[in-house]
Design a protein around this ligand. Structure first.
Ligand code: GDP
Length: 422
């Protein structure tokens, strides 16, 4: 892996930045004890296919004037590195910073200067005096601009310009008071400072964007939308997703309150989600309110009340945070499965098999599947061409086909759309 070193004076926020970068990508951190001070390294996963080894060098103490000496232990790793990131503070440069820069520049490696603790406006002109051309202002503590830094590191390492991956769009749906906002907050909790508001294609749409698990995510935020009288409260999220025309279907999280029975309204929302989201999971919330002895019963009841929705079911609590981390992991798995696991040939075969198991006659003709149209993109949509008029195929038969194909190809949780086309 390419090696990127973080260098700088002690207390400029190097380790905060190091932790921030690694936390965002869920990496393992190990300490390598040096003789006097430790340095830390970890794998920073930038995208699914690009990772770097990030090394946090021991901070140089003010007064350690002879940088050569301070870096004695680090010299080998700097020589091996592909990129040096020097961190300084917005407050201003010290002579130690200058000495460090002078020392580091001798290695003739690509460099980035990070000006940390930039919470307000900062005049960068002084910082150019260090002779490092690429300067990024960040606040490691608040997460400001950290993505920009990541993108710059990426482009320096790979020589490519980073292109934001297509985000996984998702929404949180459910009846009032089941804990939708609490769950949204719990998911965003760790991202509190780096979540940014996303302006959608229409002005009413507000969404939160963040990166996690090597993916870019967009949480549709119905709370940020001024409620129109004509919308049911619980359908807000779904109307939001419809108004993002460029993003045809989001993934959906159905929140159910474990402390009460599944209601008619829960089921109605579940059916709407099957129609309008590309894939869905169920978060059975408020587990903390359920006595230990009843957990199994509650889980099974909900599972059976919602068995028409074959989605993964996570039992947890937005309040205590239990199992909240599973939400994005499950969405990611579903998304990747939907994007990579299916092909036209298998689907066509599965449809034909379902038809041969239960043949039907439409206007005196036995239904024959001629071909299908299918592209691996989200949501999964299949157009079927047959020997009969598309509008004459009974809806119940289409449902049978969908369910059979889903079972056959293990599409649990994916809301497959299928349509007969002429
Ligand atoms: P929303 O209307 O679906 O967005 O629901 P809220 O997130 O506003 O939550 C409704 C109420 O349920 C609030 O009083 C929350 O504090 C509470 N709540 C949410 N999640 C949990 C949970 O996991 N456990 C418990 N005990 N209470 C919760």
């Amino acid at each position: 892996l390419p090696i990127v070193v973080l260098a700088g004076r002690a207390n400029v926020g190097k380790s905060t930045l190091f932790n921030r970068l690694l936390k965002q990508s869920y990496s393992m951190v190990s300490s390598v004890p040096g003789t006097t001070r430790d340095f830390h390294e970890g794998i920073f996963r930038y995208t699914d296919s690009t990772a770097i080894t990030l090394v946090d060098l021991p901070g140089v103490l003010e007064g350690d004037y002879l940088s050569e000496l301070a870096f004695e232990k680090s010299k080998k790793i700097i020589e091996k590195s592909d990129l040096i990131v020097q961190v300084v503070e917005a407050r201003g440069l010290t002579s130690t910073d200058e000495e460090i820069a002078l020392y580091l520049r001798k290695f003739n490696k690509p460099m980035i200067l990070v000006v940390n603790k930039c919470e307000g406006r900062v005049d960068l002109s002084d910082f150019y005096s260090l002779g490092i051309g690429d300067i990024v202002e960040i606040s490691a503590y608040h997460g400001l601009n950290v993505y920009q830094l990541e993108d710059l590191i990426f482009s320096k390492i790979t020589g490519q310009k980073f292109e934001e991956p297509t985000p996984i769009v998702f929404g949180i749906f459910g009846a009032p008071n089941v804990g939708k906002s609490s769950l949204a907050n719990a998911i965003l909790e760790e991202e509190r400072f780096i979540v940014s508001d996303f302006a959608g294609t229409t002005r009413e749409v507000v969404a939160k964007s963040f990166r996690r698990l090597g993916k870019s995510w967009l949480l549709l935020d119905s709370a940020g939308i001024k409620r129109r009288k004509s919308y049911d409260k619980e359908l807000d999220g779904l109307s939001v997703s419809r108004s993002i025309s460029a993003m045809k279907a989001p993934m959906g999280i159905l929140v159910i309150d474990a402390s009460r029975l599944v209601t008619h309204q829960d089921k109605r929302i579940a059916s709407l989600m099957i129609e309008r989201t590309g894939a869905s999971i169920i978060f059975l919330n408020k587990k903390d309110l359920i006595p230990h002895s009843s957990l199994g019963v509650v889980y099974n009841n909900v599972k059976s009340d919602l068995k028409f929705m074959d989605s993964p079911l996570i039992f947890g609590s937005a309040l205590t945070g239990e199992s909240v981390h599973l939400v994005l992991e499950n969405l990611k798995d579903l998304w990747e499965k939907a994007m990579t696991s299916y092909n036209k040939k298998d689907i066509l075969e599965a449809i034909r098999k379902a038809v041969s198991l239960r043949p039907i006659t439409v206007e005196n003709k036995t239904l024959i599947i001629r071909n299908i149209r299918f592209e691996s993109k989200f949501p999964l949509e299949i157009d079927i061409k047959s020997n009969v008029r598309s509008d004459l195929v009974p809806k119940s038969y289409l449902r049978y086909l969908i369910n059979t194909v889903k079972k056959d190809l293990d599409m649990k949780g994916i809301n497959l759309r299928m349509e007969f086309k002429d």
